[in-house]
Design a protein. Structure first.
Length: 458
C-alpha cells in the first residue's frame, strides 16, 4: 500500500484543504453512500455536526458552505466556484437541499448544521453526518475526519491507516527518508526517477507527464487570475488584494529597465500572493500539500521556469515528483494538518517540498535534495496556525511569500554543500511531529491564540 503524488497534489477550491475540500468530499461521500444503500428516497432530513477546529473556524474557512455543496453532489475538483454563491442563495431562499441533485429535503441551517468546539477523539477536524426518515428514525450516521491536504477518512479506517490509499505494490516502497536515499543509491536513481517508477504502477509514463503538466497549468492559471484581480477579500477583515498592483509595478520596472539585484524575489512574492489571494477568495487552486500553503510550490516553480537557465517542462515534472516524495514523508511520519501540528505542517511542509524539489531540478544529488528539504523545515519548526478571524488571509497569505523565499534560499544553501550535514530530514520530521503534539491547542487552527487573539481587525 502506498501514496501517489496525485494524492498530494489535487485540484480543489479555497480557502482550506482540511476545512473546505475535505468537508465537501466527506459530504459527497455520505450522500453517495445513501444512494448506494438505496435509502436516498427515504431521507427527510440531514444533520451535520462539525467538531474541534472545524467547529471553531469552520465558518471562516467555508466548511458550512462546502458540506452543503457536497451533499448536493459537487466535488472540489469539478465544482464551478463562480456558481457556488448562487446555489447557497437558493438553499437559503427555499429552505431546502437538493441531495445529489435527485431529492429535495428541508434544510434549516440553525438546527441542521451545528458547530462544536470540542474535538472528537481521533483528530481535531471531525464531522458527523446523520440522515433521518420522515418518522425521525436514523437511516445512516457516519463520522469523517479531514486529516489535512484534502485527505478524508471515516471511523472504519481512522484507527487503522489514514494514509495508505493504493493496494498495488510499488517497486520502491519507502517509509522514511533514509530508506528513500538508500533506494536511490542502491539502484542508481534520482528521487524523481524513483518516484516515476512508482507512479507507473498506476499510470503510464505519458499519462504521468500529461497529468503533472496539467497541474502546472492550473497553477499558472491561478497566478494569472490573481495578477488580474483587484478588490477586497471576502470574510469581513477587509484585506485588500495586493497581487494585481504589485504585478503592474513589476511590469513597469521591466519596461523602465530599472536594475534591481533582488528583483527576482519580488516576482516570487507576487506569484505566492496571487495564488493565496485566489485561495482566500474561494478560487480554484492546487493543494500543495494544503490550500493554506498552496502558493509556495507554484511560486518556486514559476521562479524555476522564469529565472533558472535550461528550465523545461521535463524539469517541472521532476520538480513535482520530488516535491510529492517529500510530502509523502511528512504525511506518513507526521502531519500536514494545521489543526493537528500548527502551520509548520502546512507552510513548513510546503517550504520543505519546494526547497528539495528546486535543488533536484538544479542538479542536486539526492543527498543535497534531502539537505534542502531539511533546511526548509528546520527553520519553520514551531510555526503556529493562528488565522485572524478564522480566515485563511492573515497571516497565511504573507506566510506563503516568506515560505517561498525560504525554500529558494534553502535550495541554494544545500547546493553549495556536498549533502553532508548534522541534522537529517527524518529527525526534523520527528521533531516537527513532537513539537506539534506539545503545541497548545489554541495555536492549532482554532483562532483562539497568537495573532488571531491579538489582532482583532485589520
Amino acid at each position: 500500500m502506498s501514496t501517489s503524488v496525485f494524492d498530494i497534489f489535487k485540484i480543489g477550491i479555497g480557502p482550506s484543504s482540511s476545512h473546505t475540500v475535505g468537508p465537501m468530499k466527506a459530504a459527497l461521500r455520505f450522500a453517495q453512500g445513501l444512494a448506494s444503500a438505496d435509502t436516498l428516497s427515504q431521507v427527510d432530513r440531514i444533520q451535520i455536526d462539525l467538531y474541534g477546529s472545524l467547529g471553531a473556524t469552520g465558518k471562516g474557512h467555508g466548511s458550512d458552505r462546502a458540506v452543503l455543496m457536497g451533499l448536493e453532489g459537487e466535488s472540489p475538483d469539478l465544482v464551478n466556484s463562480r456558481l457556488i454563491e448562487g446555489h447557497l442563495q437558493r438553499i437559503q431562499a427555499t429552505g431546502s437541499l437538493w441531495l445529489l441533485r435527485q431529492r429535495a429535503i428541508a434544510f434549516n441551517p440553525k438546527t441542521d448544521l451545528r458547530f462544536h468546539w470540542k474535538p472528537l477523539p481521533f483528530h481535531p477536524n471531525g464531522m458527523v453526518f446523520t440522515a433521518f426518515n420522515l418518522a425521525g428514525e436514523t437511516l445512516a450516521r457516519r463520522t469523517y475526519y479531514s486529516v489535512g491536504g484534502g485527505f478524508v477518512v471515516d471511523e472504519t479506517t481512522a484507527s487503522i491507516d489514514r494514509l495508505r490509499l493504493h493496494s498495488s505494490p510499488i517497486p520502491y516502497p519507502f517509509k522514511d527518508c533514509a530508506e528513500l536515499l538508500a533506494l536511490c543509491q542502491k539502484n542508481g536513481l534520482s528521487i524523481s526517477q524513483l518516484m516515476m517508477e512508482n507512479e507507473k504502477v498506476w499510470r503510464t509514463e505519458k499519462e504521468i507527464h500529461a497529468d503533472l503538466l496539467n497541474l502546472w497549468a492550473v497553477m499558472q492559471a491561478c497566478v494569472e487570475r490573481g495578477c488580474q484581480t483587484e478588490g477586497i477579500l471576502p470574510g469581513g477583515l477587509k484585506v485588500r488584494r495586493r497581487a494585481a498592483k504589485l504585478y503592474l509595478c513589476l511590469m513597469h520596472q521591466l519596461e523602465a529597465a530599472t536594475p534591481d539585484p533582488l528583483g527576482s524575489l519580488d516576482w516570487v512574492n507576487l506569484y505566492a500572493l496571487a495564488v493565496n489571494e485566489e485561495n482566500a477568495a474561494g478560487g480554484q487552486i492546487v493543494t500543495a500539500p494544503t490550500n493554506g500553503a498552496a502558493g509556495i510550490v507554484p511560486a518556486v516553480l514559476h521562479y524555476y521556469r522564469r529565472f533558472c537557465p535550461n528550465a523545461s517542462d521535463a524539469g517541472v515534472v521532476d520538480f513535482l515528483l520530488v516535491a510529492g516524495a517529500i510530502a509523502i514523508l511528512y504525511k506518513q511520519n507526521a502531519s500536514i494538518s494545521g489543526a493537528d501540528v500548527g502551520c509548520q505542517g502546512e507552510v513548513g511542509v510546503a517550504c520543505s517540498m519546494a526547497a528539495g524539489a528546486l535543488a533536484a531540478v538544479l542538479g542536486g544529488t539526492p543527498e543535497q535534495v534531502e539537505n534542502a528539504a531539511e533546511i526548509g523545515m528546520e527553520h519553520n519548526l514551531g510555526l503556529t496556525c493562528d488565522p485572524v478571524g478564522g480566515l485563511v488571509q492573515v497571516p497565511c497569505i504573507e506566510r506563503n511569500a516568506m515560505g517561498s523565499i525560504k525554500a529558494i534560499n534553502a535550495a541554494r544553501m544545500a547546493l553549495k554543500g556536498d549533502g553532508q550535514h548534522c541534522v537529517h530530514l527524518d529527525k526534523v520530521i520527528k521533531t516537527m511531529r513532537e513539537t506539534g503534539a506539545d503545541m497548545h491547542e489554541k495555536y492549532k487552527e482554532t483562532s483562539r491564540g497568537g495573532l488571531a487573539l491579538n489582532v482583532i481587525e485589520c
